[in-house]
Design a protein around this ligand. Structure first.
Ligand code: IPE
Ligand code: IPE
Ligand code: MG
Length: 236
């Protein structure tokens, strides 16, 4: 697909893995396993169209409430995914990144994350960011703390606090805001994802469950996005 102005940044809430498994009478983790395939499909679509940033909500700061077995399964899946995909990411020019309170994740997961980040740091085509133990309100709290410390130490003048400065103190510093926000599984909510950054994102909600979301689905969402008129509060 050759598009004139594809979204630079797509953010996805990958939802519906549990329901996908339940429909088949399987345990929830089977849905998460299958969901990893959809990640691959989306990466292929993004590379094809020239999307520069793909940010995926993989584990929220609220997901710790889930049964221990599911949380452990998700962490293991993440380790396996990162362990297996580094070579492929390097082949495809994918830089891996992660946002969230990573220091609260199991140590083995943190090690895998840092390894993947370091091994792919030189890649330039597409930045794949996983949001892990991520909560947008936590992110804002963390940013405010750092900004307040700088003011207290006299290294920051409160008068110079503006939108750019706040953006620069979020986990997503240096990334453009998402142009397109997608949520699968037909839920009409943001669930504490990128509250600041989504201010002017175009929204697509699809009833498809995440494991059923394929390359063609993302390409269709991107194509539909390109036909929208973004006004940013102005008039056209
Ligand atoms: C999304 O799928 C994946 C994570 C939150 C880790 P869910 O596990 O939330 O699936 P449903 O919403 O219960 O179907
Ligand atoms: C959002 O999905 C988090 C991720 C996809 C990682 P949830 O399934 O946790 O969200 P709610 O509970 O439906 O709001
Ligand atoms: Mg869910």
């Amino acid at each position: 697909m050759n598009l004139k102005s594809p979204p630079r940044h797509i953010a996805i809430v990958m939802d519906g893995n549990g329901r996908w498994a339940k429909e088949r009478g399987w345990i929830r983790i089977k849905g998460h396993e299958q969901g990893a395939q959809s990640v691959q499909e989306c990466l292929t679509a993004c590379l094809e169209v020239g999307v520069e940033y793909l940010t995926l909500y993989a584990f929220s700061s609220e997901n710790w409430k889930r049964p221990q077995l599911e949380v452990q399964g998700l962490m293991l899946l993440l380790e396996q995914y990162l362990g297996n995909k580094i070579e492929e990411m390097n082949r495809n020019g994918i830089r891996f990144s992660a946002i969230g309170r990573l220091e609260e994740l199991p140590r083995s997961v943190q090690q895998c994350l840092h390894k993947a980040i370091a091994a792919t740091a030189h890649n330039k085509k597409l930045t794949l960011t996983l949001a892990l133990n991520y909560g947008s309100r936590n992110e804002i709290v963390d940013a405010v703390k750092v900004i307040a410390q700088k003011v207290a130490h006299g290294t920051l003048d409160p008068k110079s606090i503006n939108e750019e400065l706040i953006s620069e103190h979020l986990y997503t510093a240096g990334m453009p805001d998402p142009d397109l926000f997608i949520r699968t599984s037909g839920e009409y909510r943001i669930s504490n994802f990128l509250l600041w950054q989504l201010s002017y994102s175009e929204i697509t909600i699809t009833p498809k469950l995440w494991p059923d979301f394929k390359k063609e689905d993302l390409l269709a969402a991107i194509e539909e996005y390109t036909s929208r008129e973004r006004r940013f509060g102005g008039v056209q």
